[in-house]
Design a protein around this ligand. Sequence first.
Ligand SMILES: [Zn+2]
Length: 114
Amino acid sequence: MKLSEEEKRIGKMLRGIINQATSDGQPLYPTKLRLKKMHEMTLGEVGIVEHKGKKYFEIVLNTQPSLEMTMIHALTHELGHVRQWRLDELSRDNNHDAEFGIHFAHVMRIVGEN
Ligand SMILES: [Zn+2]
């Protein structure tokens, strides 16, 4: 499948994020990205792929998720903020901290059940 100029630009930006998020050596294997038209209720998926005896993570992102799927994902994120919001919220250094992760995961579990 031929990628449009827009998809190439987005792919480059996404690979930059992957490089920054994996450069500390945390993941077990190198991470590769593939853009693909998938079922519209999927945002993306990840798995381990083996090629010529080498393993790597392959993240596949859907180039055409439905508006519904995109909004569910955004809602999950924002509900994570709603759940962790404190009375003195503005004194928080970083609102995408580990506490946010716990609330995000809680909402993700509910989304998965619906
Ligand atoms: Zn946020």
